[in-house]
Design a protein around this ligand. Structure first.
Ligand SMILES: [Zn+2]
Length: 364
């Protein structure tokens, strides 16, 4: 159960005033440009905040931000810093309004913004920032899980010309890597083992690793188990994609355009030749939770969130992302938040703990 102070706290977030020093722009793996505010450091709800996302161009307009503005900051959901408003009466008369980046801050590529989206994208497919983020995503734990190949090593390999694209990960020259500063033979050997090990990852991990816009790890798994292999996905028409349970129009369109892009087809063929897994192997061990939906909230006594999710899938259940009438079971741990109160209000959700959950699968 949730302590009373936690609930009271939710409705009255601490508000602090600080100064906006600058706005910088980050480039994501799909080319999405995210403005980030640099703030004069301010202590708020338990930690010092000096940066905060501004999400997109519309948010900058909504706040009508000017350089040097005094802004009110809270921690949204008690975690993520957010500027809620500008204290306009403290604004200097000659201050400059913030206007969104006209070009990609990394490659100077042109930006594209769709009619019904607030997000601008760098359109240069060779944008170094996008390539760096794509490689980081590809190697990340929930994707190919190539241990050791993280942000700093990827950026070093790009600088040294050892990696230019995803395919290059599988053609690394380990002899030269062993001779690099701060690496050595042992690290090179470990990296080689991790790269080889990644070839055993199931198709859903490979699909997630490709970094298709709007395809998170759960969606990747849904698609992998529905289509079974990459060829079915490459040839799927838009209607078939839209018919997949839990796949909406936006995801269907994104997957369709990804699978029909020539560069992506080349990448997929190359990775197939390298030996990555493009056929889904079901790891389901029982039907104990068949067609029932689950969600975890709070900290469980022994199992991590990812472990619970893996167990749900292995026993034929499904993970959903929010509390709604489509949720059958909410697994509750310590410090459960708004999900628990929402489920209690709905009344239709079975509220269980970790032991109850284990009881549901233990004989299978
Ligand atoms: Zn760019």
């Amino acid at each position: 159960k949730s302590p009373k102070w936690a609930i009271a706290y939710k409705f009255k977030p601490e508000v602090k005033e600080t100064k906006l020093l600058d706005v910088q722009y980050q480039v994501g793996r799909t080319g999405a440009i995210t403005p980030v505010a640099s703030l004069e450091p301010v202590y708020i709800s338990g930690s010092t905040v000096s940066r905060c996302t501004l999400h997109n161009e519309e948010e900058i307009k909504r706040l009508d931000l000017h350089l040097g503005d005094t802004v009110k900051v809270i921690k949204s959901g008690e975690i993520i810093p957010k500027i809620i408003e500008v204290v306009t009466k403290l604004r200097q008369p000659d201050s400059i309004p913030i206007s969104f980046a006209p070009f990609c801050p990394v490659c100077n590529g042109e930006l594209y913004r769709g009619e019904d989206s607030p997000i601008s994208y760098c359109t240069n497919t060779n944008c170094p920032a996008q390539i760096q983020r794509q490689l980081e995503h590809f190697c990340s734990r929930d994707a190919m899980d190539i241990n050791g190949l993280g942000e700093s090593l990827i950026s070093r390999f790009i600088e040294l010309g050892l990696i230019k694209c995803i395919q290059d990960i599988f053609a690394l020259d380990y002899q030269s890597i062993a001779e690099l500063d701060r690496l050595g033979a042992k690290s090179a050997q470990n990296l080689k083992a991790a790269v080889e090990e990644s070839k055993t990852k199931n198709f859903d991990k490979v699909l997630f690793a490709l970094g298709i816009r709007y395809v998170g790890d759960k969606t990747a798994r849904t698609l992998a188990s529905f289509f079974g292999n990459i060829d079915a996905l490459l040839t799927a028409d838009i209607e078939t994609l839209k018919s997949v349970p839990d796949i909406g129009d936006i995801v269907a369109n994104s997957v369709f355009s990804y699978m029909n892009n020539d560069n992506n087809k080349i990448l997929i063929e190359d990775l197939r030749r390298i030996g990555l897994n493009f056929t889904f192997t079901s790891d389901q061990v029982s039907n104990a939770l068949s067609s029932r939906t689950f969600l975890v909230t709070g900290t469980l006594p022994s199992l991590g969130r990812k472990e619970i999710e893996a167990l749900v899938l292995k026993h034929g259940g499904k993970i959903v992302s929010s509390v709604s009438k489509n949720l059958d079971y909410l697994i509750v741990g310590d410090n459960a938040g708004s999900k628990l109160s929402k489920a209690q209000k709905l009344g239709s959700v079975n509220i269980i703990n970790e032991a109850d959950f284990i009881g549901m699968i233990e004989d299978n």
